[in-house]
Write a protein that binds this ligand. Structure first.
Ligand code: NIG
Ligand code: FE
Length: 407
């Protein structure tokens, strides 16, 4: 009797693999065998074991194949747009001044509170499709434009609903401490008390957040308030992360490392002491070149020092309506190289292996046996083209959980 081939066993051939396990981990004429949503074998095609002879064979058309990209920092769910503010900034007004005048994050809070779940979902889904086309198969989504219990829960529910889409995995972060809402104007401490006593426990009860985030800044929260939030997050069993040292050195990244933060993000004004604490804690530095670009920042994050202390560097879109209206993660590979001088290899690791680490995910980000079968296909001849080319879309295919996705 003839054995029937296992329907879920597939071999992906005719690809140059970038495993990203160690550097690019390049394998010429590679093949990957997947069973359902997992990698079961990979290597040069000529070494493919006979055991896979019956598998369905899929040609990757001679393209490069990398792990699916992971966008480890986004604010994808929001109402409205900040195009008017964009024009003000072009006219010379600063991001911080606009925020202090009640615009900025608070203007998106007003629009987000006015939107229902369906409106938020469809607007976010459109942005997500764009990011997916740039190779994204896993995305982190923060709340932070509700700033009261009902509206923060609304945003997180929308983020979870987006995660039901089989073509993408969603990880959520509760960013109730994004800024002080109008109800608590001038009293950041009272708002932080409300977050730690009421909002965060409710978010945890509904299992809507995978981590807790905060904006530590003169226009956000001070380190005492951040510490209050982190202590409560730990009591409730959630890991923490932080927006820190974006516009000034406020000491947030060092404090976050002392709470074993998964990541500290932005970091333009980061100092060496904080870097040592991040290295000791294994806290990932998440670099956000889109925000740096859009705000026309000039202070570069301390890349050489991060390298010196072996702090892993991730790269993310920060997709949000204000500081980073970014719709392409592969464009961030280019910006991380050109603006921050990451090597093309570091930049690609930043949206794959290191981005997975920033989210505490051990099952993806590299091509290895046992990892998820999430891949992106690239029409390139050298991996550095991903950093070299600007705009356009070099991503010609996406495989999620072992299935080709059409967008
Ligand atoms: O990551 N820095 C604070 N939060 C966002 C910006 C949010 C906004 O401007 O709407 C950021 O840059
Ligand atoms: Fe952000």
């Amino acid at each position: 009797m003839q054995s029937t081939p296992d329907k879920d066993l597939k071999v992906w051939k005719d690809a140059t693999l970038l495993t990203m396990a160690d550097g690019y981990g390049r394998i010429e004429n590679g093949a990957i065998a997947t069973l359902q949503d997992k990698i079961v074998w990979l290597g040069p095609a000529r070494d493919l074991p006979m055991a896979y002879a019956e598998a369905e064979v899929i040609s990757c058309g001679g393209n490069f194949l990398s792990p699916g990209l992971i966008d480890c920092h986004t604010h994808l769910v929001y109402g409205g747009s900040r195009v008017a503010e964009f024009k003000q900034r072009l006219g010379g007004m600063s991001y911080a001044n606009i925020a202090q005048a009640g615009g900025g994050i608070l203007s998106t809070v007003r629009a987000t509170r006015d939107a229902d779940e369906y409106e938020l979902f469809s607007a976010a889904q459109k942005r997500l499709t764009q990011l997916q086309r740039s190779g994204v198969t896993t995305i982190e989504i923060k709340s932070g434009y509700g700033l009261d219990l009902d509206n923060e829960l609304k945003i997180l529910r929308v983020a979870r609903k987006i995660g039901q889409n089989p073509a993408v995995d969603v990880v959520t972060s509760f960013l109730g401490a994004h800024t002080v809402p109008p109800e608590f104007q001038g009293d950041a401490q009272a708002y932080m008390d409300y977050i730690t006593h009421d909002m965060l426990p409710a978010v945890v009860r509904e299992n809507l957040a995978d981590a807790v985030d905060v904006f530590c800044e003169t226009i956000g929260f001070n380190t005492d308030q951040v510490e209050q939030l982190f202590a409560r997050a730990h009591e409730l069993g959630l890991p923490v992360k932080i927006h820190a040292e974006q516009l000034s050195n406020s000491g947030g990244a060092k404090l976050a490392a002392d709470y074993q933060a998964l990541s500290a993000d932005h970091l333009e004004y980061l100092d060496e002491t904080a870097i040592k604490h991040m290295a000791a804690a294994g806290t990932v530095a998440v670099l956000l070149p889109g925000a740096f670009y859009a705000l026309r920042e000039t202070q570069l994050p301390p890349i050489a020092l991060l390298r010196k202390y072996n702090v892993p560097m991730a790269v993310a879109s920060d997709s949000n309506p204000g500081s980073a209206p970014v719709l392409s993660l592969s464009l961030m590979i280019s910006m991380a190289s050109t603006l921050f001088r990451l090597t093309p290899e570091e930049a690609l690791a930043g949206v794959t292996r290191v981005a997975a680490q920033a989210l505490g995910l051990r099952d993806r980000g590299v091509l290895e046996v046992g990892k998820k079968a999430d891949f992106a296909l690239w029409d390139i001849h050298h991996p550095a083209e991903l950093a070299y080319q600007i705009g356009g879309n070099l991503c010609v295919g996406i495989i999620k959980d072992g299935k080709a996705i059409s967008l």
